[in-house]
Design a protein around this ligand. Sequence first.
Ligand code: SF4
Length: 260
Amino acid sequence: MALLAESGAFGEKPDCAIFADTGWEPSSVYRTLRWLRRQVSYTIYRVHSGRNLRDDVKAGVNVRGRPWLTIPVYLAERDHKPAGINWRQCTSDYKIAPIRRKIQKLLGLNPRQPMSSGTAVEMWLGITTDEAMRVKPSREWWITNRYPLIYDLPMSRNECLEWFATTFPRRTLTRSACVGCPFRSSSSWLEIRESEPELYQEAVEIDAMLRSGDHNAGRMFRKLAYLHHRRVPLDEAIEDDSQERELNGFINECEGHCGL
Ligand code: SF4
């Protein structure tokens, strides 16, 4: 979407773009961001919450440093019966809030200052036609969400990838998502294992840590927490799945800010 915007595909260009960095992206995403900044004429800001999501997950704390687990881990009873999914706060705390703060700053306001009436910000989100169920109105009255790849120039994720491959034949494109995001599909875990084995190994260790007696997750939930949707240890799940890749690379995310 950023590159299409630069080419004028949506008419006007955005004033800026904002990348919310949780601190836990694969290095290929940071490389892509550096490259993208050289391709577009508008500024791409990189913002963060002031904390690192990976470190907070390891420490079992939230963005305020209080005991909690903010990522949507899959929960199971001790007898391995599925017991739901943890409430996802990571997107709000590590992505949406830093983006809102940046927009307020660009408007000349501090985070506690009320927005004056008449303020209007249009936020473009790169949801594609195959993910149209993620389209939703903004939670803030002063922001209007716009979905250029749904309404202006409807394109599926594959069509975007085809356009990119034709336009930039020597580059690969990585989906932005935290390395340890529980919304990764098996195919996405396999990609991480192949492309960034050290980061994958760290995710395997964090997954095991969540079920160790030392981690806050066990005390808070009194359940077993898993990064993989099948609720088995990550390395076992991925070993089993390595013959059977799923097509979709990101299996859930309703806020529209992750996995783009
Ligand atoms: S990519 Fe996943 S873990 Fe990271 S902020 Fe989004 S939902 Fe949370």
